[in-house]
Design a protein. Structure first.
Ligand SMILES: Cc1ncc(COP(=O)(O)O)c(C=O)c1O
Length: 403
């Protein structure tokens, strides 16, 4: 059986009730929501609205209509960035951002439409709120910060940053791709105006799902226009949420699955899920940190991290280590830049990146041990203890820059 340790990319497996629901949904409710007055369409519509209400409960959003369904976190981030910025605006962001924030901002900046300030990170992968404060100007329209790094696992002080941004009068966008479902989030408490999240990572739903919470202080320009199933007589996209930002037939199957997984999360509680994932992370860190040839990146304290651990074995290419783990031990981890090149520059692992190990809620502790053992064996081997060398050195591989 393969050992799956790439939950930061997408979670696997999903809660059993998700699989059961998907089958039931396909067999019984497969209508198109909001587009018919017959029972199947109404049932599909009800599934969507129930999912919206559950997500609103999870994130402390008062009005469920402020939850907009998207394809993934990238889609939500594009909607937030392109829907809120105007020519001449200034944006404050960080070097840790994923390309789903960095690339849209880079393009707008290169076209001369906006100005961007990128706040530096510490070697452990933390943003200092004082640096954000210093970067704010009278023209700052948007502050975009990720909740936790998908490279270092470092959890950022978003509530502290949010209060500062609110006082300044700018819009606060948080990329919760790595934390939604894994770390408690309250948009009111953290003064978050726009919260982008995927449904397929720690929310334990299907690929092709995600969302954006749109707070009452923000008005986004629609970047996708078309059928809403309601107010069809209007020549333009309706102004009311969620219709102003949702167009076209939704991913009802995916959202039916998400309804089940969010219910599962609410039932156990995010705090419990976080405690469980951190116990797995501690097991992983304890096993890896003890080896002199393994470098573990990210925060030294467990309290300020999530279940994402980046490592390197001295002298080995991360891509070769990941390939070796899969080939010889059936262990699935991700190597390379993880779509966040500047984060690697900040921690000194550019351009080859790191080997990223990300347990999930359903990871058995024994699988953590198998991964630790395999990496320790590899590091021993490289140090010449066994006289054998299965993993090519970083100089010997051309596959270094991946992901
Ligand atoms: C921090 C961060 N932001 C954004 C994304 C993009 O998420 P999605 O794959 O749902 O578009 C990821 C994906 O790994 C991520 O880790």
């Amino acid at each position: 059986m393969a050992v799956y340790l790439d939950n930061a990319a997408t979670s696997f497996p999903k809660p059993p009730r998700v699989y059961e629901r998907l089958r039931g949904y396909l067999e019984r409710f497969g209508g198109c929501p909001g587009r018919g007055s017959y029972r199947m369409a109404k049932e599909a519509e009800a599934v969507l609205e129930e999912t919206r209400a559950l997500l609103a409960e999870l994130f402390g959003v008062k009005e469920p209509r402020r939850i907009i369904f998207t394809l993934n976190a990238t889609d939500a981030l594009n909607m937030a960035i392109k829907g809120s910025l105007r020519p001449g605006d200034h944006v404050v962001t960080t070097v840790l951002e994923h390309n789903s924030v960095a690339r849209p901002l880079n393009r707008l900046e290169r076209k001369g439409l906006i100005q961007v300030t990128r706040v530096a990170a510490s070697s452990e992968g933390f943003i200092d709120p004082a640096d954000i404060q210093r970067a704010l100007s009278a023209r700052t329209k948007l502050v975009a910060v990720l909740h936790a790094s998908n490279v270092t696992g470092s959890l950022q002080p978003v509530a502290q940053i949010g209060r500062m941004v609110r006082e300044h009068g700018a819009v606060f966008l948080v990329d919760a791709a790595q934390t939604a479902g894994a770390v408690p989030i309250d948009v009111e408490d953290a003064c978050i105006d726009l919260l982008a999240f995927p449904g397929h990572k720690a929310l334990l739903g299907l690929p092709g799902t995600g969302g954006l919470c749109v707070g009452p202080r923000t008005q986004l320009t629609p970047w996708r226009e078309g059928g809403t199933g309601v107010l069809s007589e209007l020549p333009l996209q309706p102004e009311a949420l969620p219709y102003s930002l949702e167009a076209g037939s939704p991913n009802t199957l995916g959202l039916a699955g998400l309804r089940e997984s969010v219910q599962f999360i609410l039932q156990y509680g995010v705090a419990w899920i976080r405690a469980h994932e951190l116990s797995l992370t501690k097991r992983l860190l304890d096993g890896l940190r003890a080896h002199e040839h393994i470098t573990v990146y990210g925060p030294s304290s467990l309290e300020h991290r999530i279940a994402v651990v980046s490592v390197n074995i001295a002298g080995c290419s991360p891509a070769a280590v990941a390939e070796w783990l899969d080939r010889t031990h059936g262990i699935a981890v991700r190597a390379g830049l993880h779509c966040a090149p500047c984060a690697h520059q900040a921690i000194g692992t550019f351009p080859e990146g790191t080997v990223r190990i990300s347990p999930g809620y359903f990871t058995p502790p024994g699988e953590i041990d198998r991964c630790v053992e395999a990496l320790r064996d590899a590091a021993d081997e490289l140090a010449g203890h066994t006289g054998r060398r299965a993993i090519p050195s970083s100089q010997a591989t051309a596959e270094g820059v991946a992901g």
